[in-house]
Design a protein around this ligand. Structure first.
Ligand SMILES: Cc1cc2nc3c(=O)[nH]c(=O)nc-3n(C[C@H](O)[C@H](O)[C@H](O)COP(=O)(O)OP(=O)(O)OC[C@H]3O[C@@H](n4cnc5c(N)ncnc54)[C@H](O)[C@@H]3O)c2cc1C
Length: 379
C-alpha cells in the first residue's frame, strides 16, 4: 500500500502526541492531531532532561534546530544543610524545557492539521478503520488512532477501564526563576549544574533550562527546581490540589493557580527545612506549581488499530527523567514497525507492542524503586 494513502488520528497534542505526529508524517502518513485544550499548551514549561530518544525523534522527523537543544551541565553538586557542597560528581547532561520541545514540534507540524479544542468522547473500531467521536458531535475516521491523551486518557478508559493512575504518596512542587531574579552568589552556585539537596524522606533538585522564549543565552535562561514532598492522600492532598478558585484538580495545579495558603505553607516549610540556596530559589519563585506523583502501568498498548503511548500507557516516576523520552521512543518504534510491516496497521502494532511494554515496565519499576527509597526509606 502507498503510505500516502494512510491516515492517522492522534488524540492529545502535548509532547507524546506531537512526537507521534511528526514521526508518522516522516514516513509519509497523513496525520491529524486533536487536542482538548483550546489554547496553546504554554503553561506547562518545566525542565526536561534531554535524553537521546528526543534528539533522535527530532532528527528523523527533520525538525530544524540549532544544537545544543538545551543548557549543558557538566557536574552534579550535593549540598549539605548549611548550603556548602558535600559532594561533587562530574556528569555531563543537557537540560531543556517543555516549552522548547513543544515549540519546535508545533512549528514543524502543519498548523492546519493540529486541531485545538477537540475533546475525544469515544472510539469505534471497524475491521478496516477506526473512528474518533468528539464531544462536539463531530467524528473522524482513519486507519490508525494513537491515544496520547495523558494520565486521564479517554482512550485507555474505554479499552482498559480498570487501569487508572494511582497516587504515589508524594507531590512535586515546582518552580521557574529567571536568571536575573536570583542573587549572584546563589546563581553562581546553581548555574549550569545539576544541584541536589537530600533531606529525610524528601529531596529537591535544580538545573538551568532555556528561557521562556527558548533562549539559551546566559542571563536569559531560568532556574528550574523540583521538590518532592510526602502528603497524605486523604487528609492533605485534596487541599493541595484545590486551586485558588476553589476548583479541585485531578493531578496538578498549574502556575498562577496554586491556592495562596498552599503556596505560603510550602514557602514556610522551605524556610524550615531546605539548605539556604534552595530556600532562596523557592522564595524567588513567582508562580510555583504542583503535580501529584502517579503510578500507572498497563498490560496492553496495541488494540488492533489503536495504540496507547506516553503517559496514557505508563507513567514512570520523574526520577527516571524518562517520561518524555519514552513518548519519543514509542513514536519512533511505531514508525519503524509500520515501515517494516509495509504499513499494515494491525501487524505493525502487534510487532511494536512487546518492546514498548518492556520499556514501560522497566521505567515504571526503576522509578518506583528510586522514589520509594528517597521518599519513604531515607530517614
Ligand atoms: C515533576 C515531574 C518532572 C518530570 N521531569 C521529566 C524529565 O526530566 N524528563 C522527562 O522525559 N519526563 C519528565 N516528566 C514526565 C513528563 O512530563 C511526561 O511523561 C510527559 O509530559 C507526558 O506527555 P504525554 O504527551 O504523554 O501526556 P500529557 O503531557 O499529559 O498530554 C496529554 C494531552 O492530551 C490532552 N487530552 C487529554 N484528554 C483528551 C481528550 N479526551 N481529547 C483530546 N485531548 C485530550 C491533554 O489536554 C494533554 O494536552 C516529569 C513529570 C513530572 C510530574
Amino acid at each position: 500500500m502507498n503510505a500516502t494513502e494512510n491516515r492517522a488520528i492522534v488524540i492529545g497534542g502535548s509532547l507524546g502526541g506531537l512526537f507521534a505526529g511528526i514521526l508518522l508524517r516522516s514516513i509519509g502518513w497523513q496525520v491529524d492531531i486533536y487536542e482538548r485544550s483550546p489554547h496553546a499548551l504554554d503553561s506547562r514549561g518545566g525542565g526536561i532532561v534531554l535524553q537521546p530518544e528526543i534528539v533522535e525523534a527530532f532528527q528523523r522527523a527533520g525538525v530544524v534546530y540549532e544544537p545544543p537543544l538545551g543548557v549543558v551541565a557538566n557536574e552534579r553538586y550535593y549540598l549539605q544543610r548549611d548550603g556548602r557542597i558535600a559532594q561533587r560528581l562530574p556528569m555531563r547532561q543537557t537540560l531543556t524545557s517543555w516549552n522548547l520541545l513543544y515549540g519546535h514540534m508545533r512549528r514543524h507540524f502543519p498548523a492546519a492539521h493540529y486541531h485545538p479544542g477537540k475533546t475525544l468522547k469515544a472510539i469505534q473500531q471497524q475491521p478496516e478503520q477506526v473512528t474518533a467521536l468528539f464531544t462536539d458531535g463531530t467524528s473522524e475516521t482513519a486507519d490508525l488512532l494513537i491515544g496520547a491523551d495523558g494520565p486521564n486518557s479517554t482512550v485507555r478508559k474505554q479499552l482498559l477501564p480498570s487501569y487508572q493512575p494511582r497516587y504515589a504518596g508524594y507531590v512535586a512542587y515546582r518552580g521557574l526563576v529567571d536568571e536575573a531574579q536570583l542573587d549572584s552568589a546563589t546563581a553562581a552556585l546553581l548555574t549550569e549544574r545539576f544541584v541536589f539537596y537530600q533531606l529525610p524522606n524528601s529531596h529537591i533538585l535544580q538545573y538551568v533550562i532555556p528561557g521562556a522564549d527558548e533562549s539559551l543565552v546566559p542571563g536569559q535562561r531560568r532556574f528550574n527546581w523540583v521538590w518532592y514532598v510526602n502528603h497524605d492522600e486523604q487528609t492533605q492532598l485534596p487541599n493541595i490540589l484545590t486551586d485558588r478558585t476553589g476548583q479541585r484538580r485531578d493531578y496538578s495545579v498549574p502556575p498562577d493557580l496554586m491556592a495562596p495558603a498552599v503556596e505560603q505553607a510550602m514557602q514556610a516549610y522551605a524556610d524550615q527545612v531546605l539548605a539556604p540556596p534552595f530556600q532562596k530559589l523557592v522564595a524567588a519563585t513567582q508562580a510555583p506549581f504542583v503535580q501529584a506523583i502517579l503510578d500507572l502501568g498497563v498490560p496492553q498498548m496495541a488494540f488492533d488499530r489503536v495504540a496507547l503511548v506516553g503517559d496514557a500507557a505508563f507513567i514512570p516516576r520523574p526520577h527516571t527523567a524518562a517520561g518524555v523520552s519514552k513518548g519519543a521512543a514509542n513514536a519512533i518504534a511505531i514508525a519503524d514497525a509500520l515501515v517494516a510491516q509495509d504499513h499494515d496497521v494491525a501487524n505493525a502494532l502487534h510487532s511494536w507492542e512487546t518492546d514498548q511494554l518492556r520499556l514501560g515496565m522497566h521505567l515504571w519499576k526503576v522509578g518506583q524503586e528510586l522514589g520509594e527509597r528517597s521518599q519513604f526509606q531515607n530517614y
